[in-house]
Design a protein around this ligand. Structure first.
Ligand code: BG6
Length: 514
C-alpha cells in the first residue's frame, strides 16, 4: 500500500480542493486546465521525441495546457535546458504544424532538462529536480516513466527518498509492464509501495486511438447492435495489427519481447476486451475497467499441447530488398534468442461466457507484412435460409489505422433487369470525411487524460495481471518447443500456419482494403 497520502480525486469533474485554473484559450479548449509539472524519465528517448513531445505541443497549440505547465525531461544525457530545447527544435519542429512561431517559442520555454542516473551514486540530479519542483507542490505532478521497466521501482523509491511524491502526484508507466506475470507483479508491488493504485496510470496507447473510443460509442450509444452482439449472430471476430516496418535497431529489446509480449499481451487483448465486454453500468473509470477484467478472466486458457493447435508463430526472412529479422541492422550479432523470437503471431482465442461461448476470436499481429493495418472485423453468420444465390454474410469492420473508420458490409441488389444479382456494399463512416476536426494522436488523448486525472483509458493492475495470466502458458509452451518460428518472407501475410489456423474451419483472414 501507498505510504503517500491518498490522492485527491482529480478528474475534470471532481470536487478536488480548489486548484487555481487558467482561463481556457479557445472555445475548443476544455474548461479546466490543471497546472502541472510533467516529469518524463527517458525524456530524450525515441518515444518522447516521436510521440510525447509532439503530443504536448499539439495540446499547447490547442489551448489544453495551462500557461504554467512545465515539461521536465530526465535522462542521463547531461543536457542543459538550452541543449534540450535545441534538440526539440531540431528533431520535433519538422513533425508538427508550426503555424505561429510565438506558440512554438512558448512551447519550447516550457521545456527543461535534468540529468539523472537512476540507481546510481550521483545524487546531483535529484537535487536539481528538487530545486526545480520546490514551491510548486500544489500543482499536479506527473512522473511519466518512458524508460525500461527495470527502472520503474528504483525511480519511484528515489522519488520518494527525495521527498518529491506529493498528494497530487501521479505516475505513468509505459509498456512493457514486465515480461511475464511474476515480473509484472513485482513492478506493480514496487510502484504500489510508493503510489496508490488511483495514482498509477498504465498506458496502452491503443486505448487512445479514436476508433477504439468509437467502438464503445458504437456499441453503447446505439440500440441496433446489442441484440445481435453475441454467439447467436456472430460467427467469429478477427483482430489484426499488421505493420510494414521491421525491427531495425530494436533487436536488443525485440529478441526478448517478440510479437506476443510486444503487441498481444497489451494492444490486441485490450481491443478484444472492448469488443467482448458487457455494457458497463456507467461511463466511469471503474465500471468500464471492471467489465474489461471480466473478459480477460473469461479467456479460455491455452496451454500445453493445445498451444500448437491454437497459436502460430513466425519470423520474417529476407525478400527483395527487405532484410530478414536476423539481418536487420543491430548493435549486436543475432543470438539463439534472435532465432527463436516471433515477429508474427496468430492465436485462436475464446471467451468462455454466455455471450461468446463458441465464437473464435482470432488475433494476428506481425512485422513486415504487406500493409499497415489495425482493425477489428466482426463477421456475422450467414442468413439462416438464402433465397438468392451468391450472398455473403454481413461484416462489420472497425478500422483503427491507417484511416480511421467503420464499415458495415451489407448485401444489396446490383441494379439491372433479369436475374437478381447480389453484391456486398459498404455502409461506411470515414471519420476523416465526416468530421472536419483533426483526429488527435493516441498520445494526445492519453496525456490530456493523465493531466486531468482521468484513468478510464489506462490499465488497472488486475487487468494487466489477468492478461499475463493468459499469455504466460503460451510463452512457456513456446519456450519448451525446440521448433523455431515458421519463416515467412518479408512483405507477405505471415506463415502458412496462420492461414491454416482459420482454414481448418473454412474461414479466412480479412484482407480487403476499406
Ligand atoms: C508499440 C510496439 O507498442 O506499438 C511497437 O512496441 C509497434 O513494436 C507499435 O510498432 C505499433 O503502434 P501503432 O500505433 O503504430 O500501431
Amino acid at each position: 500500500m501507498s505510504t503517500a497520502p491518498a490522492a485527491p480525486a482529480a478528474s475534470a469533474t471532481s470536487t478536488a480542493p480548489a486548484e487555481p485554473v487558467a482561463p481556457a484559450a479557445s472555445a475548443a479548449a476544455p474548461a479546466v486546465r490543471h497546472r502541472a509539472d510533467l516529469v518524463v524519465l527517458g525524456g530524450t528517448g525515441d518515444l518522447s521525441m516521436r510521440k510525447l513531445i509532439p503530443a504536448l505541443y499539439h495540446s499547447d497549440r490547442e489551448g489544453r495546457l495551462a500557461p504554467e505547465t512545465r515539461v521536465i525531461a530526465m535522462s542521463r544525457g547531461g543536457l542543459t535546458d538550452a541543449d534540450f530545447r535545441g534538440k526539440v527544435d531540431a528533431e520535433v519542429r519538422g513533425q508538427v504544424p508550426v503555424d505561429d512561431p510565438a506558440v512554438w517559442q512558448r512551447f519550447l520555454e516550457r521545456l527543461h532538462h535534468v540529468s539523472v542516473d537512476v540507481g546510481g551514486e550521483n545524487r546531483s540530479g535529484w537535487s536539481a529536480l528538487t530545486r526545480l519542483l520546490a514551491g510548486h507542490e500544489q500543482r499536479d505532478r506527473v512522473f511519466y516513466l518512458a524508460s525500461p521497466p527495470r527502472t520503474f521501482g528504483p525511480f519511484c523509491r528515489e522519488l520518494q527518498d527525495a521527498g518529491l511524491v506529493t498528494p497530487r502526484s501521479r505516475v505513468v508507466l509505459e509498456k512493457p509492464l514486465g515480461h511475464d506475470l511474476p515480473s509484472a507483479q513485482r513492478i506493480n508491488d514496487e510502484v504500489g509501495a510508493i503510489f496508490d493504485e488511483r495514482q498509477i496510470f498504465r498506458i496502452d496507447h491503443y486505448l487512445g486511438k479514436e476508433t477504439v473510443q468509437n467502438l464503445l460509442v458504437l456499441r453503447f450509444a446505439n440500440a441496433f447492435l446489442e441484440p445481435i452482439w453475441n454467439s447467436l449472430w456472430i460467427d467469429h471476430v478477427q483482430i489484426t495489427a499488421a505493420e510494414t516496418v521491421g525491427t531495425p535497431g530494436r533487436r536488443g529489446y525485440y529478441d526478448h519481447a517478440g510479437a506476443l509480449r510486444d503487441m498481444v499481451q497489451n494492444h490486441l487483448l485490450q481491443l478484444l476486451t472492448l469488443t467482448a465486454m458487457e455494457p458497463p453500468a456507467r461511463n466511469d473509470r471503474e465500471a468500464i475497467r471492471d467489465e474489461k477484467v471480466k473478459v480477460l478472466q473469461a479467456l479460455r486458457p491455452i496451454s500445453g499441447g493445445e498451444v500448437g493447435r491454437f497459436t502460430v508463430r513466425g519470423q520474417y526472412t529476407a525478400a527483395g530488398d527487405m532484410p530478414g529479422y536476423l539481418d536487420e541492422p543491430a548493435s549486436t550479432a543475432p543470438t539463439e534468442a534472435s532465432r527463436r523470437v516471433e515477429t508474427f503471431t496468430a492465436i485462436r482465442a475464446e471467451v468462455k461466457n454466455w455471450r461468446w461461448a463458441g465464437v473464435p476470436f482470432y488475433l494476428r499481429t506481425g512485422k513486415r507484412m504487406p500493409y499497415r493495418r489495425s482493425e477489428i472485423v466482426v463477421q456475422f453468420k450467414d442468413v439462416p435460409h438464402s433465397i438468392y444465390p451468391g450472398g455473403t454474410p454481413n461484416r462489420l469492420v472497425l478500422r483503427l489505422q491507417p484511416e480511421e473508420g467503420i464499415e458495415l458490409h451489407i448485401m444489396a441488389k446490383e441494379p439491372g433487369a433479369g436475374e437478381v444479382s447480389l453484391k456486398p456494399v459498404p455502409l461506411s463512416l470515414s471519420f476523416g470525411k465526416t468530421f472536419t476536426a483533426r483526429v488527435p494522436e493516441a498520445y494526445e488523448r492519453l496525456l490530456t487524460d493523465v493531466l486531468a486525472g482521468n484513468p478510464t483509458l489506462f490499465m488497472r493492475r488486475d487487468e494487466v495481471e489477468a492478461a499475463w495470466r493468459w499469455i504466460d502458458p503460451i510463452l512457456d509452451a513456446w519456450s519448451a518447443d525446440p521448433a523455431l518460428p515458421e519463416p515467412y518472407p518479408a512483405g507477405t501475410t505471415g506463415p502458412a500456419g496462420a492461414h491454416e489456423l482459420l482454414g481448418r474451419s473454412g474461414r479466412a483472414w480479412h484482407e480487403e482494403e476499406l
